[in-house]
Design a protein around this ligand. Structure first.
Ligand SMILES: [Zn+2]
Length: 129
């Protein structure tokens, strides 16, 4: 007997339902062919109903758990990307490396012939001239 095969709860429930279904068919066949008068076993219906409800609960739990972990996972990389983007997008003076405002940056772009295409802070715009 090998116990290596690990059964999940869902698989166990599915096998239980299959077993109860087989028992129902067995009872039906016995009732029709052997006893010539069909009879039903209500316990089998209860067992089938209970196992079905458990399976639905189990599958619902697995689905909800997967959704929660999916929601939590992508948050981290998005935050990292935002950090990288802001460092690439930074407007800094080509001379001193100080951050410049968007107004200064636009001014340097508009007068790129004067600043040779570079970005300079307000103080160093005069020294470039
Ligand atoms: Zn500067």
């Amino acid at each position: 007997m090998s116990r290596r095969k690990k059964l999940s709860i869902s698989m166990l429930l599915v096998e239980g339902i299959a077993l109860v279904c087989m028992l129902k068919v067995f009872v039906w066949v016995i009732g029709n062919n052997v006893m010539k008068s069909p009879f039903s076993v209500p316990e089998l219906d209860y067992a089938l109903f209970g196992l079905g409800a458990l399976l639905v609960l189990r599958v619902g739990y697995v689905v909800v758990k997967a959704k929660v972990s999916n929601k939590a996972a992508p948050n981290k990389p998005v935050g990292d990307n935002e950090l990288e983007l802001s460092s690439i997008d930074e407007h800094v003076c080509a001379y001193c490396g100080k951050a410049v405002s968007e107004k200064v940056w636009n001014y340097c772009i508009a007068n790129s012939h004067r600043f040779h295409g570079g970005i300079y802070c307000y103080d160093h715009q005069r020294s470039v001239r």
